[in-house]
Design a protein around this ligand. Structure first.
Ligand SMILES: [Zn+2]
Length: 143
């Protein structure tokens, strides 16, 4: 659970890590940015959503990961209601690090219903990530 200020009206909302549908502001019903942390244990439930999911495989000692973090927060706001960001600290999630072969981080996965649709390695600028997301969203949202 985290507290998120609504980008539209400023109301502070409780946002659950896992919920059906997508988090909305209790006051104005705007979609809220959705950023959660997950590990080996919680990953499956954290990514069990119909939204496009951006998984951030990162570690505290990784400089480029720190550069990417604010970009991901921006994307979560820009794509509120359409994108869920799931952050995975690979040091604390050895099974996921091995499963996704996260030898070079930051590694970003675009995931939908358990399938990896795209992988981005290294700190990429926001416009590159937007292109990847914009490419995938129409197909996912048709269903
Ligand atoms: Zn609001």
């Amino acid at each position: 659970m985290s507290i998120v200020a609504c980008p539209q009206c400023g109301k502070k909302n409780r946002v659950q890590d896992i919920e059906h549908g997508r988090p909305k502001c209790g006051q104005c019903q705007s979609n809220l940015p959705w950023v959660v942390n997950a590990d080996d244990v919680s990953f499956t439930s954290a990514t069990d959503t119909r939204l496009l999911t951006l998984v951030d495989l990162w570690a505290p000692w990784c400089g480029p990961c720190r550069l990417v973090a604010p970009v991901l927060r921006q994307l979560a706001s820009a794509y509120a209601g359409r994108l869920k960001v799931v952050k995975v600290n690979v040091d604390e999630s050895p099974q996921l690090a091995s499963k996704f072969q996260a030898t070079s981080i930051p590694m970003l996965l675009l995931l939908h219903e358990g399938n990896v649709l795209d992988t981005v390695v290294g700190a990429q600028p926001e416009h590159v990530l937007r292109q990847r997301i914009d490419f995938l969203l129409p197909t996912i949202e048709m269903n």
